[in-house]
Design a protein around this ligand. Sequence first.
Ligand code: CTP
Ligand code: MG
Length: 229
Amino acid sequence: MKPQAVEAIIPAAGRGERLNSKVPKPLVRIDSKPILAYCLEALAGNKSISRIVIAVSEENREAFNAALRKFRLLKRVSLVSGGESRQESVAHCLGELGRDTGFVLIHDAARPFLSGRLVADCLKEARISGAVVCGLPARATMKRVESGWVKETLKREDIWEIQTPQVFRKDMLLKAYAKFKNISATDDASLVERLGVKVKVIKGSYYNIKITTPEDLVFAKAIAKQADV
Ligand code: CTP
Ligand code: MG
């Protein structure tokens, strides 16, 4: 049987409020390249991904187009308008998926250091389990804190920090997004979990950081210098 087609979604329509930069966060440069270009190269390099749908805010559409042209990343890429939340932006992208698509990979534009290896590992696992996220076991001691007071120390072995990419069978992802429109979620798996679907976790990468605040750019510059990201 022919393996089912894969499309990728990149939510890139956020305001980047915590980074507080003049240009949209995915277009902020690390060395000479925009954040978005790094992860897009990893996705474009995977031959089984037939198309990459990127959610951008309407006011920045031209800036994104120009950056994609400049870095020769327009191949197999479509831009759609984002929404008010990440979830809405992803929902808009879901509406653009092709009929033959069997699996959807979602990756945040805010995570530049996505490796081709991690993309391939996620896709391979998705074909086995149907739903996969990557993540890493927590390294710090984790406590639940309420109003400045410790409520509980969590069992660290059970705590994982979840990243993107996340890959799902298209039918289950569409179902989760349709059914839980009114529940706000910061990742896609949390909606799929609500369907009662078991989500597999595979090991991500410590380089696969999310750029959130200006401090993250300090780490990003160092990571960009590593050859083995
Ligand atoms: N995102 C999106 N549409 C939104 C909000 C977020 O596509 N309405 C995307 C962001 O562009 C980012 C990803 O979702 O790639 C994760 O969001 P986050 O890191 O929070 O980025 P921002 O929302 O841009 O940043 P902030 O929350 O600081 O404003
Ligand atoms: Mg945000």
